[in-house]
Ligand binder design. Structure first.
Ligand SMILES: Cc1cc2nc3c(=O)[nH]c(=O)nc-3n(C[C@H](O)[C@H](O)[C@H](O)COP(=O)(O)OP(=O)(O)OC[C@H]3O[C@@H](n4cnc5c(N)ncnc54)[C@H](O)[C@@H]3O)c2cc1C
Length: 500
């Protein structure tokens, strides 16, 4: 037995018969690649429906560049309607998969509900923030996985420097110029490295702050930065971080987050208005909802990505525990590289299950990793060869451009403009802290009821409960960035969106 299983064959149909329906849940790295592959292999021979809570594919590895203003937010968002022509694109959050009935139920951003039957299901819902039971983190920290969070962080960083410059209280100035990032994986490392470069740039044009130290702290319980990556990448990243003045606190984390300060596990208290949470991820909550066997929250699948006992379901990407043959069968790492390749295999194996082509098992050797540190600094190890500096930056950016399913010229133009004309350092404050709570529950979509007369027919109880909790959190969560001197009365901000 190789762990693969036979798909139930759907017989060839005449044109008048119903085409088999393939539903893809999630259009990130794995889902988007799977849908693209299905369109290529099965166009006209199956109906492909893609459901995602966003109308775009989000290129996550470039999110830190949005947070520091190198790229405009829309550059890393590629329209699903344009990139997946031929598929039915449904905008909504899937909140239930009925495995017996083979149906998927979703709720759209205005509260409308829909259901679709499937013959084949690709589950590619990715992952969400991993919260640890540390007091105060849910209230005071902000995560970094979505565009609103990146836009919030960009505005927040600029605003802290602006408010520090306007303040006459040195203690407040120091607090506003202290930035704490928890988690030194690729996300936290890139955010701290690029964030430190941005704040130094912002301070240059504000003489009032020239004598105030800027502190960036990067904390991780691991003994080195980028603990999950090659040591050479880790060394390069640590060197660049130190050059930019980032304090690397290994084997440390925060013990508690309090209003206006954090307490580290060493007992040190750090006054700050910024706590960025980059501590790993967990599979999307939808996976747990399926009631199928999981490994550390990821759906267990065979080497052909099929769910044991349910050959009509394929799972891939962060949501699936795909056995990695290069690591003795341990689940593949949660990376874009694996997700993309698994998406490609998902398309091949689904097509095979419908009688087109042959099924394969997942085999992929790591091709290396790139870490963008901002400016001309990057670390890369293509095919295991460690490279740093400008060469690594060129490799990293070329890799990103090749990997993006669209917007390449726009991204390249933003990089060119940033290098030649400098950074735009204004903030609009459109996304405030309470609009991007760390504990946001994917199963409780932020529904905007623009048609109060339309009410969903049947809203599952857990969505209502989660929305009530969310509304309560929104109401009580203090904005770390809306402190004294913010200049904007709190009452002018909505207390979270209205739930249906
Ligand atoms: C800031 C950041 C930087 C990263 N940088 C790198 C990097 O440099 N290199 C690297 O290899 N990896 C990187 N990663 C990890 C990489 O992005 C992920 O491993 C990859 O995105 C996983 O792909 P996926 O298809 O499983 O999930 P995703 O790409 O996250 O896609 C999941 C999709 O499912 C949708 N979805 C989720 N739940 C639902 C639902 N209930 N209903 C409808 N739709 C739903 C989401 O909207 C999303 O579009 C980074 C991750 C982050 C957050």
């Amino acid at each position: 037995m190789d762990g693969t299983q036979r798909f139930p064959k759907i017989p060839h149909r005449t044109r008048s018969e119903r085409l088999p329906r393939i539903v893809v849940v999630g259009a990130g790295f794995s889902g988007h690649t799977a849908a693209k592959g299905l369109l290529r292999r099965l166009r006209g021979r199956a109906r492909i429906t893609v459901i995602d809570q966003r109308d775009h594919f989000l290129y996550l590895p470039l999110l830190p560049e949005v947070a520091v203003g190198t790229l405009e937010p829309r550059r890393i968002a590629v329209s699903l309607a344009e990139s997946l022509r031929g598929a039915d694109i449904l905008l909504g959050t899937v909140d239930h998969v009925d495995i017996d009935e083979r149906s998927v139920t979703w709720v759209d951003p205005e509260g409308g509900r829909g259901q679709v039957q499937y013959d084949r299901l690709v589950l590619a819902a990715g992952s969400a923030h991993k919260l640890l039971p540390i007091p105060g983190v849910a209230e005071y920290a902000h995560g970094f996985r979505s565009l609103p969070e990146a836009i919030y962080l960009r505005d927040h960083l600029v605003r802290q420097v602006e408010l520090a410059s306007a303040s006459t209280d040195p203690a407040e100035q120091r607090a506003r110029l202290t930035f704490v990032t928890v988690g030194a994986g690729y996300t936290g490392t890139e955010v701290a490295a690029q964030g430190a470069a941005l704040t130094s740039l912002l301070v240059k044009s504000r003489p009032a702050l020239h004598d105030i130290p800027i502190r960036w702290l990067l904390l991780d319980l691991a003994p080195r930065v980028l603990p999950e990556l090659d040591r050479a990448l880790s060394r390069t990243a640590a060197r660049v971080l130190r050059q930019r003045g980032v304090e690397i606190h290994t084997e440390q984390s925060i013990a508690e987050a309090l209003p206006g300060k954090v307490r580290l596990t060493t007992g040190e208290e750090v006054t700050t208005r910024t706590l960025i949470w980059c501590v790993g991820v967990r599979p999307d909550p939808l996976v747990a909802d399926l009631g199928l066997p999981t490994d550390k929250g990821r759906l267990i699948v065979g080497p052909d990505l099929g769910v044991p006992g349910h050959p009509e379901i394929i799972a891939c990407g962060d949501a699936a525990a795909v056995p990695d043959h290069t690591r003795g069968g341990a689940p593949t790492a949660m990376t874009a590289q694996h997700a993309t390749r698994q998406g490609r295999l998902a398309a091949r194996n689904i097509a095979a299950s419908l009688g087109y082509g042959r099924r394969r098992t997942y085999r992929h050797h790591d091709l290396g990793f790139v870490v963008e540190l901002g400016g001309a600094d990057a670390a890369a190890n293509p095919l295991g060869v460690p490279i740093s500096g400008l060469t690594a930056t060129i490799i990293a950016r070329s890799y990103h451009l090749l990997s993006m399913p669209g917007n390449r010229v726009r991204v390249a133009m933003d990089w060119l403009l940033d290098a030649t004309t400098g950074r735009q350092t204004t903030q609009f404050g459109i996304v405030r802290g309470k609009h991007v709570p760390l504990e946001a529950n994917r199963l409780a979509p932020q529904i905007e009821n623009t048609h109060p007369e339309i009410r969903p027919r049947k809203v599952p109880q857990r969505i209502e409960i989660a929305q009530r909790r969310q509304a309560a959190r929104n109401a009580r969560t203090p904005d770390l960035d809306a402190g004294p001197g913010d200049g904007v009365p709190r009452s002018r901000f909505p207390r979270g969106r209205r739930a249906v």
